[in-house]
Every structure is written in C-alpha cells, then in structure tokens.
Write a new protein. Sequence first.
Length: 143
Amino acid sequence: MKQNFFKKVITAATLLFLAVLIFAPVKQALAVDSDDYWGGNDLKTYTRDNSGLGEAADRDPRQVAADIIKFILGFLGIIAVIIVLYAGFKWMTAGGNEENVAAAKKMLINGIIGLIIILSAYALTNFILNQIVSATTGTPLSQ
C-alpha cells in the first residue's frame, strides 16, 4: 500500500518537474548577456582585478562548466581506452588459458561498451551545451 503511494508521489513529482522545465519562460533568459550575469562592468572589472585570474575571470560561467564537463568526459575516455588496451594485452599474454581469455574478452567488451557510453555522453553534452549557450547568448559555445 505504502509502496503504491510512493510510486504515485514520485510520478507526480517527476511530471511536475518536467512540466516546469518544458514550460519555463525562455524570454527572460534571452535578455541576459554576460555583463548582466556578472553584475555589470564594475563587478566584472573588480572580479578580474582581485581574483588573480586576470582575463580568465571574464569567461562566462557556462563556458567554464562546459569545459569542466568536457575535461571529465575526456579523462573517462582515456581510462576506457586504457582498459581496452589492458584487456588486449591480457588476451595476448593468456597463453591459451581459456579462463584468462574469457576474462580478457569480458574486460574488452566492457571497456568498449564504456567507451561507447562516454563518447555518446560527450556528444550529447556538447550538443546540449551548444544549444543552451546559443539560445541564451545568441552566440555559439567556443570550442
């Protein structure tokens, strides 16, 4: 009984959340530029001068978030490639032992699946961030 109630509550909350996301007004976001986001030129200049970041303080926070996400996904991609390479090495050095070959095959398949997931996440994230930034600023995300 309680489980059925919680399912209904979670479903209703999810539908409400999706409705808010879908029907949120976009017009206000289009009117904001980077100067408004940082609080005007005075605050932007103060941040640049006192943060120790120099010209990097002028970067849009959305661009910084995009760069962080891309860095993390790139790092995960490197790890997935290393797993695939290690699985291939393990297979080549198995010496005909069926257990080691089976373990290497399993590791290789899992590494390739992980690589596909990471590449898909990278492509999807890149597309979504480009669309968000171009919709809110009118300029595409710098590569």
